[in-house]
Ligand binder design. Structure first.
Ligand code: HEM
Length: 415
């Protein structure tokens, strides 16, 4: 199946679909694909007023909507993401549609790790299928500023490296070498068609670009992949604290080493994103003002679980942009650093455990430093000296946060 059925979503067609759905409004049968298609044909920033109005009416009449609770909640979440610009709630979470990407309930840790890995792999497979499909002329969505063949080849190389490492599902292995773009495309479509249950819908509903420039597809998928990584890191750090408090040092060390591994595995995503065309980014970011990863709850939760952020950082845009995490920090959070110190203090005659815990934290710190430096270099390349969409000075802000340390003790006076 090379072409998506009806790639162009004309507003008139969508309005008819919505009207017909409203005759018997079953949540599960809401015309999600029609809405998504239409958004991708104009960009979320440019939705026609009658469409916005029709969606507002759907939301206002939600009490008449029938179906099970999960389907009705899903429709509510979907509409709040789609109507964010109209509601004045547009931000990083709605831009990246994070609430629609996560499965409804979090699984226990080993399944969670598999879910996150699989999710990232499919986010990237999907992005790469779009790249190949557009280059071969099978995709008409987001048609502006298509990249060169060279850029597509590079994206495939970097993207497949991360996706195949992360893929815990492995339904159909991706072969490293293929004869050309067509064969790679066929292979990606094959893999996507064998996705785990529910994945195709999650993928479909989470590309809601602000405009119709090709590279925004890649940008959104990379942000979603990193977010999934941060979500996992926060979960691993919480679990490590529990294990340290239970004096289960070996288990805690395993979790800490997983943090460093998962963070490292994600680093090549920056190389993938570095293939984005600067002019394309410059164009569509005019419409992403107000959405910045500085608002990432997962990133800041992970940071605050590692150690206590310095008061100056808690008062800065870094934590002011995530009020719920800031509230938890001010209310005093247990951290990996605090739990490790307490464990070491309670077992003063175990220098080996102390050394191993210190090494594990230093390893995470080193990978996190690499993450921040790579991010900084990418930002300099993409935006130079202009300000950030999260209202900081931009790259000078990013330069200044490199010196921060993750595993800071609450009583330390610096960083
Ligand atoms: C074109 C690529 C990118 C550029 C130009 C860029 C630029 C920036 C800028 C200027 C900031 C400062 C806040 C602001 O005013 O917006 C920022 C913060 C941040 N960005 Fe990016 N970014 C890029 C890609 C990414 C990616 C792919 C991620 C992964 C999710 C990411 C994660 C973050 C995080 C977590 C922060 C907050 C850092 C902190 O507060 O310490 N960025 N970025």
């Amino acid at each position: 199946m090379y072409f998506h059925e009806g790639e162009f979503g004309l507003p008139g067609l969508l309005l008819m679909e919505l009207e017909s759905w409203r005759m018997s409004p079953l949540a599960r049968e809401f015309p999600y694909s029609g809405v998504v298609r239409y958004i991708r044909s104009v960009g979320k920033h440019f939705l026609a007023e009658p469409v916005v109005e029709a969606l507002v009416q759907v939301r206002a009449a939600q009490s008449e909507c029938t179906g099970d609770e999960e389907s009705r909640n899903h429709l509510r979440r979907f509409l709040s993401v789609v109507l964010d610009k109209r509601d004045g709630t547009y931000d990083y979470a709605t831009y990246t549609a994070l609430g629609l990407l996560r499965p409804p309930a979090a699984a226990p840790l080993p399944d969670f790790e598999a879910e996150i890995g699989t999710r990232i792999a499919f986010l990237i497979y999907d992005a790469l299928a779009f790249e190949c499909g557009a280059a071969l002329g099978y995709r008409s969505q987001l048609p502006c500023m298509r990249p060169s063949r060279d850029a597509v080849e590079k994206r495939l190389r970097h993207g497949l490296r991360v996706a195949t490492e992360m893929d815990a599902f492995h339904s159909k292995p991706i072969t490293p070498r293929v004869s050309g773009l067509q064969e790679r495309f066929d292979q990606l479509i094959d893999v996507l068609e064998g996705a785990p249950p529910g994945m195709a819908t999650r993928l479909d509903q989470t590309i809601l670009p602000v405009y119709i420039i090709h590279d925004e597809y890649l940008f959104i998928r990379v942000l979603q992949s990193f977010e999934s990584i941060f979500e996992h890191l926060a979960r691993l750090a919480s679990e490590a604290i529990v294990r340290l408090e239970a004096r289960e040092t070996e288990e805690a060390l395993l979790l800490l080493s997983s943090i460093a591994r998962v963070l490292s595995l994600g680093l090549p995503l920056f190389s993938l994103l570095a293939t984005m065309q600067r002019e394309s980014f410059e164009f569509f970011r005019k419409f992403t003002e107000g959405a910045s990863a500085i608002q990432s709850v997962n990133y800041k939760t992970f940071e605050a679980l590692c150690g206590t952020p310095a008061p100056a950082r808690v008062e800065s845009a870094a934590f002011q942009s995530v009020p719920e995490v800031r509230g938890r920090v001010l209310g005093s959070m247990t951290t990996v650093r605090g739990a490790a110190d307490a464990l070491i203090a309670s077992t003063p005659h175990d220098p080996e455990a102390e050394a191993r815990l210190t090494r594990a934290m230093a390893h995470i710190e080193a990978v996190h430093q690499r993450w921040k430096r790579t991010h900084y270099r990418l930002a300099v390349r993409m935006i130079g000296s202009v300000s950030g969409t999260g209202y900081t000075a931009g790259t000078p802000y990013l330069r200044s946060v490199i010196d921060n340390r993750l595993f800071r003790r609450a009583e330390e006076t610096t960083y």
